[in-house]
Design a protein around this ligand. Structure first.
Ligand code: CUA
Length: 284
């Protein structure tokens, strides 16, 4: 009797906690409400199954408990029951998987008007690159990575000269403008995750992975790394600011391009060369 009661309490407690839980999603700020719907559907299906199975257990414990003189009924096989359980389980699993296929198709179908954004993940910071006025990101290669060129942009590629480079600063996005996020890592696996955007994707060293979304709400959102990437994993944080077009363009205008950054570091190198001794030749 006590065991059956505990099982019933487990069901009531679990369902109650789920419904009244203080830990729920942050309010959504992107187009990916589908992700929320599929999770809700999974919660419903698994919740109903969990409740039914545990309550059935409680019923069996009570109904078939030991009583003097009562002999257990021996029934090793029931074809009808097996069919019935197979069909119900099959329908339940299909109902959880099928919507995922539809959502995945949308997830990998990037809209034509989506603008590219590159995120570079490295232990343990985020850097960003936006295509300049030409709308194209320049070529990159790890061979070009230096202290002055941490993103490894090909200095000879004209497409890369006007690329906007954001190092250690917040990423800004334009409201309602779809973005294709290209993910590149220089060391280990990372994962660019903004909970409000719902969508996320792993960085895999040696390849460029991507996902897309449309920011639908202005505000400042936390960026978390969602893939264990070493001792600094928990500190691998950042901020994304979603703003109206005017505010966004104002911010964009203040960001340096790759050409400007290169010129700046060349100048700095030259001035250091001068300080060390006027006899030394400089690059200029
Ligand atoms: Cu990067 Cu965890």
């Amino acid at each position: 009797m006590a065991t059956a009661l505990i099982l019933v309490l487990v069901v009531v407690g679990s369902v109650g906690f789920h419904l009244l839980s203080p830990w729920w999603w942050t309010p959504i700020a992107s187009n990916w409400s589908y992700i929320d719907h599929t999770i809700t559907l999974t919660f419903w299906i698994t919740g109903v199954v969990f409740t039914a199975v545990v309550l059935f257990m409680a019923y069996c414990i009570l109904r078939f408990r030991h009583r003097p003189g009562l002999k257990a009924h021996y029934e090793p096989e029931s074809r009808r029951l097996e069919w019935w359980l197979t069909v119900v389980t099959g329908v339940g699993v299909a109902a959880m998987l099928a919507p995922g296929l539809v959502v995945w198709h949308q997830f990998i179908t990037v809209p034509k008007d989506a603008g590219d954004i590159e995120v570079l993940g490295q232990q343990w910071a985020w850097s960003y690159r936006l295509p300049g006025k030409d709308g194209k990101l320049g070529r990159t290669d790890i061979r070009f990575i230096t202290a002055e060129n941490p993103l490894g942009i090909d200095p000879k590629d004209p497409d890369g000269q006007d690329d906007v480079v954001i190092l250690g600063e917040d990423l800004h996005l334009k409201l309602d403008q779809p973005v294709k996020v290209l993910l590149r890592s220089t060391d280990v696996l990372h994962n660019f995750y903004v909970p409000e955007f719902r969508a996320k994707m792993d960085f895999v060293p040696g390849m460029v992975t991507f996902f897309w979304f449309t920011p639908t709400r202005t505000g400042t959102f936390d960026v978390l790394c969602a893939e264990l990437c070493g001792v600094g994993h928990a500190q691998m944080r950042g901020k994304v600011v979603v703003a109206e077009e005017g505010e966004y363009l104002q911010w964009l205008g203040k960001q340096p391009t790759f050409a400007e950054l290169s010129a700046r570091s060349n100048k700095l190198a030259a001035s250091i060369g001068n300080d060390e001794g006027d006899a030394q030749p400089t690059l200029e």
